[in-house]
Design a protein around this ligand. Structure first.
Ligand code: HEC
Length: 248
């Protein structure tokens, strides 16, 4: 049997001679054993230093999550034109302090904040991704279609300036008031060389009311069939021969 064991130093283990040496050995051997009861037994919590109960940790976790969610939903990107009720902010520095907000000034701010990420600064869009607004008949044409696109969004194939796009345009009906939708649509109808009539907040309110049940975005095909609103009786003008072929 002993043969099987690896050759070892035959000399018997030296007994520790001095007390100190004996101590060291016991320490080495028993250090784990010695500590086991200490590790097992936790010290009694001192008054005021008890561990935080689990339910409180959970509560704070939930609160933290909720407040983050709330902030991201309602903080409006911390933009002045969202949070500040003072219309002077919307008018911009240097503008007249009194009087109604100029829809084009407001519209430009709203456009920069809500639309440039896709349609770009100059309304030129992004090839094959986001259609242009500059020169688009969807913008300058039938204003009811434009109001509906803004209110409920748009999806599916659409042709703009001879190019086909297929994407998702988000709805702004929940995010922007009638006045703001009117302002931003008026702005895009008059910017970058576009020249169409302004859109009034009242007309946005009418479109909104008439389509209260609408939840899903429009498709271009649906909007093709939307009739332009009856033209408000124009101020009496000398009749001109109609040479345009807009009606098709
Ligand atoms: C997330 C990107 C995105 C944002 C933001 C966005 N749009 Fe669009 N928009 C699109 C896409 C994509 C289409 C085409 C939808 C389709 O293919 O049916 C579109 C189509 C349109 C159209 C009709 C097509 C055209 O080019 O004339 C108008 C008008 C329009 N958007 C206006 C706006 C306005 C105004 C805003 C800001 C209030 C805005 N969009 C914000 C992506 C966006």
């Amino acid at each position: 049997m002993a043969d099987a064991l690896p050759p070892t130093d035959d000399t018997p283990r030296e007994r520790p001679t001095t007390l100190a040496a004996q101590d060291r050995t016991t320490e080495q051997l028993d250090v784990r054993e010695l500590h086991e009861p200490i590790i097992r037994e936790r010290a009694d919590p001192r008054d005021g230093y008890e561990p935080v109960p689990m339910w409180l940790v959970t509560l704070f976790g939930v609160l933290l999550f909720w407040s983050g969610f709330y902030l991201s939903r309602h903080a409006g990107d911390f933009r002045a034109d969202v949070l500040d009720e003072d219309p002077a902010v919307l008018r911009g520095a240097g503008a007249a302090a009194e009087g109604p907000v100029d829809p084009v000034v407001l519209g430009e701010k709203l456009y920069k904040a809500n639309c440039t990420s896709c349609h770009q600064r100059a309304g030129q869009g992004v090839p094959n991704q986001y259609p242009p607004l500059a020169g688009s008949s969807w913008v300058t044409g039938n204003e009811e279609r434009l109001r509906l696109i803004l209110l409920h969004g748009l999806q599916g194939p659409i042709e703009v300036l001879g190019k086909r796009y297929e994407g998702n345009m988000p709805a702004f009906g929940q995010r922007l008031s009638d006045e703001r939708i009117a302002a931003v649509t008026t702005y895009i109808r008059q910017a970058w060389g576009n020249a169409a009539e302004p859109i009034t907040p009242g007309s946005v309110a009418l479109s909104r009311d008439a389509n209260q049940k609408r939840r899903e975005p429009w498709t271009a095909a649906e909007l093709e069939n939307v009739k332009p609103p009856p033209a408000p009786t124009p101020p009496a003008e000398p009749a001109e021969p109609d040479t345009t072929d807009e009606g098709k």
